[in-house]
Ligand binder design. Structure first.
Ligand SMILES: *[C@@H]1O[C@H](CO)[C@@H](O)[C@H](O)[C@H]1NC(C)=O
Ligand SMILES: *[C@@H]1O[C@H](CO)[C@@H](O)[C@H](O)[C@H]1NC(C)=O
Ligand SMILES: *[C@@H]1O[C@H](CO)[C@@H](O)[C@H](O)[C@H]1NC(C)=O
Ligand SMILES: *[C@@H]1O[C@H](CO)[C@@H](O)[C@H](O)[C@H]1NC(C)=O
Ligand SMILES: *[C@@H]1O[C@H](CO)[C@@H](O)[C@H](O)[C@H]1NC(C)=O
Ligand SMILES: *[C@@H]1O[C@H](CO)[C@@H](O)[C@H](O)[C@H]1NC(C)=O
Ligand SMILES: *[C@@H]1O[C@H](CO)[C@@H](O)[C@H](O)[C@H]1NC(C)=O
Length: 320
């Protein structure tokens, strides 16, 4: 489906304000890094969270033998694989073991600059050939969680939604796949970016088939001042281009929910639970051996279209 929305290059460039394009977070991994980096104080992410109780990050991360995505190639950095098993049960001091979830999420926390102002996150995602996900479950792959942990402002997901509904679908890519994207939605084989968790209905701003063994590249522009977001996307080695207009979405709320933290990895929800009970109720099969390839995690100041990045298509006239 074409989203009926046109943007002129001029209107895009006016959004590039002073100080934009500068890096505000660097999570791309140097070629000589080992998995021990992720358990160490040198990790760009929190070295302790969010993991199964007796598990450490060096056990969770490996380095897949694939070509890096465009977001890594430009920096000569390398992709990672994040894995979950039956033991990936996080236990928090306040809520105890979250027995119905399986989690391994790289965490960017205590960094107010990454969750305020105007910022763009970049990341690439790819299926793991050896450790496929089970798309009958919903997975959170990247999200911004409120400071009080009671809401997610935006979430990139895959799998059949736990609630059974993709909510209000604002934009999707009806790519030339067998039966159209609807078949992929039915099986949960889609990547979808949703807005504020407690919106009613929840909004799906962008949805696309999760083609296997292909890099899916995202740019997520966030205006925390005016509560808007906009999505850029591409597959393979194609540069990112706009796939949504600038869309209103609750991004920050008011204290004490403002700021918060951003997660990248795997959070596998149970089946047969609902939005309010999924930490402890619902089903998880045993014998889980699943993974996800990720790369290119980084953030910049402002909107990327005026930045002369090789991985962003500058003259994006129409939303594809
Ligand atoms: C990787 O290479 C960089 C630059 O050459 C060096 O500073 C760093 O110590 C190396 N790291 C490891 C883990 O070898
Ligand atoms: C974690 O390790 C402790 C101490 O060895 C053990 O008592 C506990 O059962 C383990 N928890 C899990 C979830 O494996
Ligand atoms: C998506 O594509 C399928 C066939 O490929 C078609 O049947 C369906 O109508 C399309 N949906 C939209 C909304 O364009
Ligand atoms: C935005 O999110 C915050 C945090 O969950 C919430 O307190 C606030 O009511 C939300 N605002 C709207 C308009 O939904
Ligand atoms: C969610 O599950 C809880 C516990 O099973 C139940 O009390 C509640 O009514 C359910 N809510 C919805 C909206 O189904
Ligand atoms: C996928 O998940 C469903 C629901 O938990 C389960 O019934 C099924 O056995 C799982 N499939 C695989 C291949 O693990
Ligand atoms: C954009 O970047 C390319 C190299 O990546 C460079 O050749 C060109 O001069 C740059 N253009 C501007 C306007 O900075």
């Amino acid at each position: 489906m074409q989203i009926p929305f046109l943007l002129s290059t001029a209107s895009l460039l006016t959004r590039a304000v002073a100080g934009s394009c500068a890096p505000t977070f660097e999570g791309r991994i140097p070629p000589n890094a080992t998995s021990a980096l992720f358990s160490s104080a040198e990790s760009p992410f929190n070295p302790k969270y969010v993991l199964g109780k007796n598990i450490s990050w060096d056990q969770v991360i490996s380095f897949p033998d694939v070509q890096p995505s465009i977001l890594d190639a430009v920096a000569q950095t390398k992709p990672i694989e994040i894995k979950i098993t039956d033991a990936s049960i996080f236990s928090s001091s306040s809520e105890g073991p979250e027995t119905a979830l399986r989690r391994a999420e790289l965490l960017v926390n205590n960094r107010p600059s990454t969750v305020s102002g105007t910022k763009t996150w970049f990341l690439s995602l790819r299926t793991s050939p050896a450790r496929p996900l089970n798309y009958t479950h919903e997975y959170l792959l990247a999200f911004h969680e409120a400071a009080d942990y009671q809401a997610d402002f935006w979430s990139l997901k895959t799998g059949v939604p736990m609630t059974g509904s993709y909510g209000e679908i604002i934009g999707f890519r009806n790519a030339s796949v067998e039966g159209g994207v609807q078949n992929w939605m039915g099986e949960g084989r889609v990547l979808y970016l949703q807005g504020y968790k407690w919106a009613s209905p929840v909004q799906t701003f962008f949805l696309t088939p999760f083609y296997p063994d292909t890099w899916h590249n995202f740019g997520i522009y966030l205006d925390f001042n005016s509560n808007h977001l906009q999505v850029l996307y591409s597959t393979d080695n194609n540069p990112l281009h706009l796939v949504t207009p600038l869309l209103p979405n609750n991004l920050s709320g008011k204290a004490p929910t403002t700021l918060g933290e951003t997660h990248f990895g795997i959070q596998k929800k149970p089946v047969g639970a609902n939005l309010t009970n999924f930490l402890y109720e619902g089903e998880q099969e045993l014998g889980v051996r699943e993974g996800l390839l990720m790369g290119g995690i980084s953030q910049i100041e402002g909107f990327p279209m005026g930045c002369n990045f090789s991985f962003v298509q500058i003259r994006s006239k129409a939303i594809d």
